[in-house]
Every structure is written in C-alpha cells, then in structure tokens.
Design a protein around this ligand. Sequence first.
Ligand code: ADP
Ligand code: ASP
Ligand code: MG
Length: 421
Amino acid sequence: MKFGGTSMAGTERIRRVANIVRRQQAAGHEVAVVVSAMAGETDRLINFCREANAIYDPAEYDVVVASGEQVTSGLLALTLQSLGCKARSWLGWQMPMKTVEGHSKARVETIDAPDMIASLERGEIAVIPGFQGVSGEGRIATLGRGGSDTSAVAVAAAIGADRCDIYTDVDGVYTTDPRIVAKARKQKAVTYEEMLELASVGAKVLQTRSVGLAMKEGVRVQVLSSFIDDDSTPADEFPGTLIVSDEEMEQILKDSDMERQHVTGIAHDKNEAKIILTRVPDKPGAVAHIFEPLAGASINVDMIIQNVGRDKGETDVTFTVPQADLARAQALLEDKRADIGFNRIITDDHIAKISVVGVGMKSHAGVASTMFSALADRGINIQAITTSEIKVSVIIDEDETELAVRVLHTAYGLDASDETA
Ligand code: ADP
Ligand code: ASP
Ligand code: MG
C-alpha cells in the first residue's frame, strides 16, 4: 500500500490511513506500507536548500529532502501502534534499498530485505519512507519528484506482493486530470504501455519510472482513493483503476462488452521550455554540434524541428528542454556559438505540451487530424508537433492549456454523460 502527500498531511489524515491499513491486515493480508512526506513538505525543504546555497550539492540536498518521509513513516508506525497493531519503520538504509546513478534522481537497483520479510511474516506491518534509498557509497539518495510511487512498486516486486495499491487524492486514473475537466471519466483499467506514455507526458498521478518498473516486474498496480469511509468498497474488490497487460485489457473489454477507444487519455505538461536557434548552417554535422553538449550535460531534449532553410544554406532549429534546465542549456549553447554557428538564440518558457495517448491509435487513422482541427476551431496555435505509435503531442501557448485539454476531451468523445459526471 502506498499513500501520497495529501493522504499523509497531518496526524488526523494519518489516523485515517492507519485505519485503512489495519482493515487490510484484518482482511488477512501481510502489509508493507510506503508513505510520502506531508503535502507541501518536499517543496518547503527544497526551498531551504536553495536559500542555503543557490548551486547546491545534490548529495546534501538528498539528506535534507529525504527527511519529510522519515517523519511520516515514524508517525504512521506510532499511529498503527496506538490502534493495537504491531508496526515498525524501515528507512531506506535499514531495508536496505540500494540505488545507483547518483543523487536527486537516483534509480533503485536492488532491495534485499530478509529482515523486513521476516518481520512481515511475524505479522508486523512494515512502514517504509518512500522517495529514499542508499547509494553505493552508503549515503542517502532520493528518487526524483513523485518517487514514492517507484519505491512502492520496487518494494512490491522485492517482497513478491500480490498487488501494489497506490492510494491518492483521486479515486483512479481518469481520461484526463479531473481537476481540469469536471467531465473526465474514471477508467476501470489502463494498460502499462498507455500509463507509461501518459505519465511521461505529464499525467502526474503515477511517476513514470514506477510504471516502467511495474511493467518490467509484472507488478499488479491499482490506483485508488484514500479519502474513503469504512463502508466503501474494499481494495480487494477493485474500486480504483487497474494497470494491466494488453492481454488482460482485451479480456476486461470482452467481459464488459466494450470496444477499445482510440484515445485513452489526454495529459498536459507546463514544465518544458522552447529554444530556437536561428540561421544555423544547413550542412551535415550542424545538428550534432547543437545536441552533443546538451546530452553531455544530461539535459533531455524532447521535441526537435528543423525548419526548411529560409535562405540558401541556413536553417532555424527549434527544440524543447525541461524548464529547470533552460538556463543551463542556454549557457552551454552560448559557449558553443562558434562551433554551431547560429545567429540568435530565442527562448520561451511560457509553453505547454498537450498530448493524446491511446493504444487504439495503432489501428486507427485520423487521431492527429482530429486534434489539429479541434485546436484550430478554437484559434489555438500549434508551435510544434511530435508523434509516436500511441501518442500525438503538440506545443501551444501556456495560457491556452486548460482550454485545449477541455476542447480535446470533448472532440474525442471522452466527456462523461451528465448523469455520470
Ligand atoms: P500523491 O501525493 O498521492 O502522490 P499526486 O498529486 O502526485 O498525488 O497525483 C495525484 C494527482 O494527479 C491528482 O490530484 C490529479 O490532479 C493528477 N492527475 C493528473 N492526471 C490525472 C489523470 N489522468 N487521472 C487522475 N489524476 C490525474
Ligand atoms: N515527497 C516526494 C515528492 O513530493 C516524493 C513523493 O511524494 O512521491 O516529490
Ligand atoms: Mg505523486
């Protein structure tokens, strides 16, 4: 079981969580629980790091930000004990959960937890702080924002759990963020492939890595609400959304006599920024000169467009990078101005990426053109486009994000009917 920040925000909420955990144990399960820091706490801690030192050491950053989860894991263990349950916390280094790839965005490598498994078998509830592990050098490492989802899936895989229930502040995965579109529909199931794509383009309900790991390890994942009463449908009867394999999805659709939709979901991401380099020489090797330094600095480039040369022998190159890396990218490119040979560098962080995702696109033409006409009808200008087998993404002005998501949700026939909305 994993509980997110809103579910852990304060001792009253933690008591509700403890009750949900106790009910699962009473239903006959052995339970390991992964917890997030209280809502807002990680942001608060990151701000302290920034105030202390503008260019902070990621290893010390990890020491600071991992503390939020240490607090909530201890508090949940205490609360469970107050309800008469046997419970103890297992910090990242105590399990241990070993990580690789440095700090602030580390990756889980192994969890070898014989002591914790023995404790579970004695009927003790294991409470595990999410987000944190221990590096090869024996230092605290964190798994990137939203990383407690990945902690939960990794623990589930390591202990061979029957299921990984991700409890959050919405009752499942919807056709789009239900906080933006009131008529978004809750899905009974979503495939790993679709959820991976949705998460990677901004649906923050699950961290992308957690979905990749669940797919690789075959962990059964359910997303469900922690804001429930004692008489709500129990987790074992699947009140939330299941993340399933393609074969299982076919079976679910067959059993409920439903057809697969072309579009499963719509996501948005306001955390990208656009860079335009003007008058780049239109010759072999020019693009390599631009992207080599960025790759060397681990800056992820997402969309790339090379415009048709406007003057003979010159072209403009447009691409996007994470907003957080914009200043670094700009400095690197300025440094290489002579090698690349561009004229001007223009940046814009006031953009949003809107994506439509669905496995049904593989066998159905016209999904992209529906998107372009629906946006055009509302006068929303498209600045860049990319596609994959199961996704179409566009860049638009950030101010038009919510409008675009709503318009597309309607255009693909995803709106819930008024009785069910
Ligand atoms: P937690 O703190 O529990 O990890 P998050 O805030 O990380 O919770 O994720 C839950 C949020 O994800 C929801 O409150 C919702 O606004 C957002 N969200 C974005 N896209 C979707 C979607 N397609 N379905 C459900 N929730 C979504
Ligand atoms: N507390 C961390 C964050 O806010 C990890 C998580 O909650 O998933 O990113
Ligand atoms: Mg989250």
